[in-house]
Ligand binder design. Structure first.
Ligand SMILES: Cc1cc2nc3c(=O)[nH]c(=O)nc-3n(C[C@H](O)[C@H](O)[C@H](O)COP(=O)(O)OP(=O)(O)OC[C@H]3O[C@@H](n4cnc5c(N)ncnc54)[C@H](O)[C@@H]3O)c2cc1C
Length: 309
C-alpha cells in the first residue's frame, strides 16, 4: 500500500510516522520546509484551547495527553511535564477536562497575581516544538519515509491513497471554505529559570501566556481571526512583553531570542473523515486550530484507522 501524505506539520509527520512504522509505505509532500510550518512556530502546551465540549474531541485530548506524558518520560529533552497555573478575574466553574490531567486543583490565593481572584493549578506537558518537529521528521525518515517539497493546487491532482494533513492549506486543496487563519504571534526569550507555565487568557489587555520549555520560554500571544499577515508586529511584541512581565516580573530582563508568527488552521470543528472518490481515497485530518499538538497522536491514529477500514 503506497500512501501520499500532504503536509509536514505536526499532523502530517505524526501520521507519516504511524503509517511507516506500521509497514505502510508513504511519501510526504509539503509546499515549504518542515521548519517553516505553523507547527514549528507553536508554543507547545497541552491545553484544550477553545476546544468544543464534544465527546470525540475530549477523547482526542485525553488520549494525546496520555501519549505525550509517556513521551515526556521517554524523551525528556523534547517534552516535559509541567505544572500550569491559569488565572481568572472572577469565579468560574471547573472545566470539562479537569479529570484529564493527573493533578487539577483550585489555586491558593497566595498563588494568584494581583487582580486575579480565581485560578486553577494543573499538570500538563510542554513540547519544545522545533526540537519535537525535527525529532518527528527524523523518526519518519528512519522508518523509511521520504519528504518532497512540492506544492499541490488541488487534491484532485492526486490519486490513490491520500492523507490530507494540509492545515490551513486545506482551504484551497480540499476546497473547504470553512478553514480560516487564526494569526498568532509569540516571543521567544531565554528561560530566566521559570518552572511553571502561566495562562492568563482572560487578561483584559489581551491574550497572555508564558510557557517555559527548556532553554527558551514562549511569551504569548495573540489570536486574530482571518488575519493572513505573517510579518511580526513590533507594537504587539512590546504589548506581549508588557503583559507577561506584569504577571511574571522575571521575564522582563530576559534575553529576547526572536519573534514568531504562525497561522493556526481554524475550522468550526477538526475534520477527521474519509472520502472515497472515483480514483482516490482521501482521509482528511485538518482544522486543529490551537490544538494541533494537544490532539496530534489521537487524530492521526483515528485517520490511520479510517484509511485501513
Ligand atoms: C503562535 C501559536 C501558538 C500555538 N500554540 C499551541 C500550543 O501551545 N498547543 C497546541 O496544541 N497547538 C498550538 N498551536 C496550534 C498548532 O500549531 C496547530 O494546530 C498545528 O501546528 C497544526 O498542524 P498542521 O500539521 O495541521 O498544520 P501546519 O503545521 O500548518 O502544516 C501544514 C502542512 O501542509 C503543507 N501544505 C499546506 N498547503 C499545501 C499545498 N497546497 N501543497 C503542499 N503542501 C501544503 C504545509 O507546507 C505544511 O507542511 C499554536 C499555533 C500558533 C500559531
Amino acid at each position: 500500500m503506497d500512501v501520499t501524505v500532504v503536509g509536514a506539520g505536526v499532523i502530517g509527520l505524526t501520521t507519516g510516522v504511524l503509517l511507516q512504522e506500521a509497514g505502510i509505505s508513504t511519501r510526504i509532500l509539503t509546499d515549504r520546509p518542515v521548519a517553516g510550518t505553523t507547527s514549528n512556530a507553536a508554543g507547545g502546551i497541552w491545553y484544550p484551547y477553545n476546544a468544543p465540549d464534544d465527546p470525540e474531541v475530549e477523547g482526542w485530548m485525553r488520549d494525546t495527553l496520555l501519549e505525550l506524558t509517556v513521551l515526556a518520560d521517554d524523551q525528556p529533552d523534547l517534552v516535559r511535564r509541567c505544572e500550569t497555573r491559569q488565572y481568572f478575574y472572577e469565579s468560574v466553574a471547573d472545566p470539562y477536562w479537569s479529570t484529564m490531567p493527573d493533578l487539577f486543583r483550585l489555586a491558593d490565593p497566595s498563588e494568584l497575581p494581583a487582580g486575579r481572584t480565581h485560578g486553577w493549578v494543573f499538570s500538563s506537558v510542554i513540547i519544545d516544538t522545533p526540537r519535537y518537529i525535527e525529532w518527528l521528521r527524523q523518526r519518519y525518515e528512519r522508518a523509511g519515509g521520504g519528504i518532497q517539497q512540492q506544492e499541490i493546487s488541488s487534491l484532485d491532482d492526486l490519486d490513490g491513497l491520500i492523507m490530507n494533513c494540509a492545515g490551513l492549506g486545506a482551504n484551497q486543496i480540499a476546497s473547504d471554505p470553512s478553514v480560516y487563519p487564526i494569526r498568532g504571534q509569540v516571543i521567544r526569550i531565554a528561560n530566566p529559570g521559570l518552572q511553571f507555565a502561566t495562562l492568563d487568557d482572560e487578561n483584559p489587555a489581551g491574550l497572555t501566556y508564558i510557557l517555559p520549555r527548556f532553554d527558551d520560554c514562549i511569551l504569548g500571544g495573540s489570536s486574530d481571526v482571518d488575519d493572513w499577515n505573517l510579518e511580526s508586529d513590533a507594537e504587539l511584541t512590546k504589548a506581549i512583553l508588557r503583559r507577561c512581565s506584569e504577571v511574571e516580573p522575571r521575564v522582563a530582563g530576559a534575553q529576547l531570542l526572536d519573534v514568531r508568527v504562525g497561522l493556526r488552521p481554524g475550522r468550526p470543528s477538526i475534520r477527521v473523515e474519509r472520502e472515497d472518490r472515483l480514483d482516490a481515497t482521501v482521509v482528511h485530518n485538518y482544522g486543529h486550530a490551537g490544538n494541533g499538538f494537544s490532539t496530534s497522536w489521537a487524530t492521526a491514529r483515528h485517520a490511520v484507522r479510517l484509511l485501513q477500514a
